[in-house]
Every structure is written in C-alpha cells, then in structure tokens.
Design a protein around this ligand. Structure first.
Ligand code: SF4
Ligand code: SF4
Ligand code: FES
Length: 339
C-alpha cells in the first residue's frame, strides 16, 4: 500500500486512492475543499480546481516535483509522494484565484438565497477567498428556469460543477439535462426546458453545492438556521427511506437526504420521500441531527450539558445580583439619613 505525506502527516492508503481521499482519511484542516468531486458520482471531479495541491515529490521512484498544481480529486497517490496543501503559500494564493474566478459572475445574493447557511461557496469564499473582486464588467444574467415542477434553476448562481448532470446521467434512466455551450456562455440546460421527470431527480438539489438548484416546495419558506434538522426514516420501496427532516416548530418544511461531514449524501432518496411526506406521522423519528458547532445551523440549537450548566450558573449569578441590588435599595429607602 502506498504511503503519502500531506502537510507533514503520513498515511498508508489503498492503491488507487486519490490525494483528496487520502487527506480526508487524515482529516482536519489539511483536507482540500472540493466543489465538484462527489464520492457517489462516477467521473465527478476535475472541473472546479478548488482542490488543487502542490506535489513537491512525485514518488519514491521518481522524486521530481510535479510542475503545476494538481487537482487532488483526480490525482492518485504514489508511494513516497509528498503533498503540500495549507503549508504551501503558492497553493493558498492559487486557490484564492480560483475562488475569485468562481465568483466572477456570481450574484452573491446570499440574503435572499435559499442555500445561505449551508452553501459550500459561502464557506469557500470565507475560508479561501479575498475581500474584494477586481471584476468590473457586467455579470452574466439568465432567466430562472423550472426543471420539472419541483426544482428551480438559478443559472446565475451555478458554478458549473457538473454534479447535477452526473446525477441525471447516473441515477435517472434517460438524461434530459446537461451543460450546453462552452466558456462563459456555458449553462445547465434541460434541453428546451423538458421536465426532469423521474423518481430520483430531487437528488440534484442535494448535490448542488450552491443555490442554483432549489426545492420549489421549500423556497423562501425559512432561513435554514431557524430550522431544526432531525434524522428519520420510513419504509420505502424506491429508496433507503433514510432522510433528514427540517422542522420549524411542529412543521416539517423540507425533507432532504442525509449528508456526511464532507457535505455529501450518504444515501440517495426518492422524490416521494422528499416531496410527498411532510407530516411527522409519516416518519419514524430517530434523533436530532448532529450539527457541527461551527455551523450557523447550530445557533441556539442542541446545547451541550456543559453549556446548559454554564447558562444555569449565569442565570443564578444574575438572580443573586438582582436580589442584592433590591436589598440595597430597600435598605436605602429605610435609612432615616436618606429621608
Ligand atoms: S449560492 Fe451561496 S454564495 Fe451564492 S448567493 Fe447563494 S448562498 Fe450566497
Ligand atoms: S446547477 Fe448546481 S449542481 Fe448543477 S452544475 Fe450548477 S452548481 Fe453544479
Ligand atoms: S473538487 Fe477537484 S477539481 Fe473540483
């Protein structure tokens, strides 16, 4: 099994493992961001260039460095390979350039975008982007398109990662959706707006890393950080039936697939589970979804026992302070020298 060293950490991985997956096995902040690669979608990756790394030693047999940054989602590791990601200033600079490029035509209308709060592009821009754009020209504009009766396409937000096209190719029997044209006029098309009418088409919404493909049954209903995700399942003949329900109060506002720590779906879900079962009684509830402490979705949700104890101590302290002040006021009012 080949050994690879990424940002100073060495790991042995099975043959054929990509640098990205080797980094994911190590974990932590050395894992490159990936906007187009998707484990469950064959031939995904190689489009966005956010996952670039520097290979400073090719292998034990051929230690020459690779001359250019390589996409870590496509490059497999070789024995003795040495890779630099966050330890390479050139890579961080190059990635900031990639982010700037991805945002050239992006509207950044996060305040009205349904993806805000769970958007990979927001995270990418925050972690790897720059404060300002140098782009001075008019941005691309597109009409919003209906992809079937449940999905809305905002082409202005699309970063052409091809994930939805791979879903259409690999999960649905007849592909009616793809990328047409090239360069800055390339766009996702449904070929004369033909509806994507099959049982698994809703997965396109979940794989889209930005707010280009949104669920029409959830659009503008709620900001995601005001909703509570809960893991649930039902018996389904078309898919695993394992989903995430997003609650606001007692209402299920949307149903999505469950995602792992890399933001990828663990199981595909069918449209019936996604759109037609929005009552709690349709589901067996398992548990609240574990939400990363760093996610905005965790705001005001699921306090740890320690946080609750600190909150209780704070309230106790404030109560005692209030009682002390009241006592002082009372004593002051009774003091004859104050009359
Ligand atoms: S896709 Fe992401 S970055 Fe773009 S407007 Fe929506 S939330 Fe903002
Ligand atoms: S619509 Fe979304 S999933 Fe499809 S190519 Fe654009 S960004 Fe990727
Ligand atoms: S994730 Fe590697 S090129 Fe997009």
């Amino acid at each position: 099994m080949p050994k690879v060293t990424i940002d100073g950490q060495t790991i042995e991985v099975p043959d054929g493992t990509t640098i990205l997956n080797a980094a994911r096995m190590i974990g932590g902040n050395i894992v490159p961001p990936a906007m187009c690669y998707y484990t469950k979608l064959a031939t995904s990756g190689g489009y966005c260039r956010t996952c670039i790394v520097k290979v400073s030693k090719g292998s034990e047999k051929d230690p020459r460095p690779m001359p250019k940054p390589v996409p870590s989602c496509r490059q497999t590791v070789m024995d003795g390979m040495v890779v630099e990601n966050i330890t390479s200033p050139e890579i961080l600079e190059a990635r900031a350039g990639v982010v700037e490029f991805l945002l050239i035509n992006h509207p950044l209308d996060c305040p009205i975008c349904d993806q805000a709060g769970e958007c990979s592009l927001q995270d990418l821009g925050y972690e790897h982007g720059k404060m300002k754009t140098r782009y001075e020209f008019k941005r691309r504009e597109f009409e919003k398109i209906d992809i079937g009766d449940k999905i809305k396409l905002h082409m202005t937000r699309c970063i052409l990662c091809y994930r939805c096209v791979k879903v259409a190719e690999q999960l649905t029997p007849g592909r009616v959706h793809g990328v047409v044209n090239r360069g800055d006029v390339a766009e996702i098309s449904t070929y004369i707006q033909q509806a994507v009418d099959n049982e698994m088409s809703g997965n396109m919404i979940d794989v889209c890393p930005v707010g280009a493909l949104t669920d029409k049954t959830f659009r503008f209903k709620q900001r995601v950080w005001f909703t509570k995700p809960v893991e649930a399942h039902r018996k389904c003949e078309k898919c695993s039936g394992k989903v995430r329900l997003w609650y606001k109060g007692e209402d299920v506002l949307r149903v999505t697939g469950r995602k792992d720590q890399w933001g990828e779906l663990i199981d595909w879900i069918c449209n019936e589970c996604r759109y037609d079962h929005k009552k709690t009684s349709d589901w067996t509830i398992e548990a609240p979804t574990p939400v990363s402490r760093l996610s905005v979705i965790s705001a005001n949700h699921y306090q740890t026992a320690e946080a609750l104890e600190n909150l209780r101590l704070d309230i106790d302290k404030q109560r005692k302070q209030l009682e002390g002040n009241q006592m002082k006021l009372k004593e002051g009012a009774m003091d004859p020298n104050n009359q």
